[in-house]
Design a protein around this ligand. Structure first.
Ligand code: XIL
Length: 387
């Protein structure tokens, strides 16, 4: 394989990528040589990836690859409250600082992930015994984070995964620790505090489970749209909705129409849409690696062709760039979802050895086909409905 010229390998990858799904124009060889950041940027989309401080501190060939390929990074774990705080009102910012400093030093945008997430909330917060104290602690968390990084964070995931239709509440909120400790107004309080602390950062409501065609995801999409409409009606500051996009080969049916409708309706509320955590599990795909890689690429392609067709989608973040560093490969997602053959999963655009895979080409081709969008300047918010 390594005897082949780089050009031949590239051409092979592109041909493999294009042979499945609908027929797509091949990229010119020189365009394929370019980075995802460049190809996405040419049509006004910012492409980026999650990264960890430990990966950047290594300063190795992975770091070089990252800086070449992405226009934005997002800390994979380092900004999560649980990771930063072990005692009441105390926080360790060192790892988060490292990522933000790295982004600024390399001219990259930085997303903030996340201010509040039920899954990653310190034990001490869960144990607070009165509402007033919990509310103060939550607002302190939001204000301290957003003001510390003011001017350096492009978009904040204010509340991560706030919706759960399974909890059967009229407001669709997940019956989580924030609801219990602060009450249903926690979301508007957090958004308002975030806006006050950095009026230029985009405020995002980030959600999972909207990508496929299942009854559960039908309910989830409807619940999120209803919540967003309410947020608009109540003049709560918000700029974007995030779609995590943890894709999966052969797991769920897909409906282009349902996904399109979801995007349309969010865009019609004046919201930007961000793809925030794109990757793809392959535990249901066959063992043969080239076949598997093509299926993963097809999954990316089918999803991206729909979402990039919506001009409100302005940012696409992969949840890691190389299979060397993926929560799926580390089995931190759903530990029982392992490949029966025991081989490593291949969820990201580059393999463990930092070589492009068909998934890279699927991304590149989807960006190359995407209609050009206007870039909204950072300082402009969708204030139409804000009080
Ligand atoms: C994941 C990280 O990738 C893992 O390293 C960690 O163990 C758990 O969290 N949705 C999110 C992300 O919003 O924060 C999660 O990241 C993946 C699912």
């Amino acid at each position: 394989m390594h005897r082949l010229s780089r050009r031949a390998v590239l051409a092979g990858g592109l041909a493999a990528g294009a042979s499945f799904g609908r027929v797509v124009p091949l990229l010119a060889a020189n365009q394929a040589e370019r980075s995802l950041r460049y190809i996405a940027g040419a049509c006004g989309i910012r492409y980026g990836s999650a990264a960890m401080a430990s990966q950047l501190l290594a300063g190795d060939s992975f770091t070089d690859l990252l800086v070449r390929q992405v226009a934005a990074i997002v800390p994979e774990n380092e900004m999560k409250w649980l990771h930063m705080s072990t005692a009441p009102l105390q926080s360790d910012y060192r790892m988060a600082d490292c990522l933000v400093d790295f982004a600024m030093a390399h001219g990259l945008l930085c997303r903030g992930h996340n201010l509040l997430w039920y899954w990653s909330t310190p034990k001490w917060f869960k144990e607070l015994s009165d509402r007033a104290t919990a509310r103060t602690a939550m607002l302190r968390r939001v204000t301290d984070m957003v003001s510390r990084y003011r001017g350096r964070i492009d978009s904040w995931d204010v509340v991560n995964e706030p919706v759960d239709p399974g909890d059967d509440r009229a407001d669709h909120l997940r019956a989580d620790v924030f609801l219990k400790q602060v009450g249903p107004e926690y979301l508007s309080l957090a958004h308002t505090a975030a806006r006050a602390a950095d009026p230029e950062a985009r405020l995002v409501l980030n959600e999972c489970g909207v990508e496929y065609d299942t009854r559960g995801m039908d309910r989830k999409r409807a619940a999120i749209l209803d919540l967003l409409e309410n947020i608009r009606k109540r003049h709560i500051p918000i700029d974007a909705v995030g779609i995590q996009a943890h894709l999966s080969v052969r797991r769920y049916p897909f409906s282009e129409q349902k996904l399109r409708d979801y995007l349309r309706r969010a865009a019609a509320m004046g919201l930007e849409i961000q793809i925030t955590e794109l990757d793809c599990t392959d535990d249901l795909a066959p063992p043969d690696i080239p076949a598997r890689d093509r299926m993963i690429a097809d999954e990316y392609r089918r999803f991206l062709d729909v979402v990039l067709d919506e001009p409100a989608v302005k940012m696409v973040m992969s949840w890691g760039l190389s299979d060397r560093y993926s929560w799926i490969v580390r089995h931190e997602n759903t530990p029982e979802q392992r490949r029966p053959d025991g081989t490593e999963e291949r969820p990201l655009p580059f393999d463990r050895d930092l070589q492009r895979k068909p998934a890279w080409h699927a991304l590149a081709e989807a960006f190359a086909r995407a209609p050009t969008r206007d870039r909204r300047p950072r300082t402009e918010h969708s204030t139409a409905n804000e009080g």
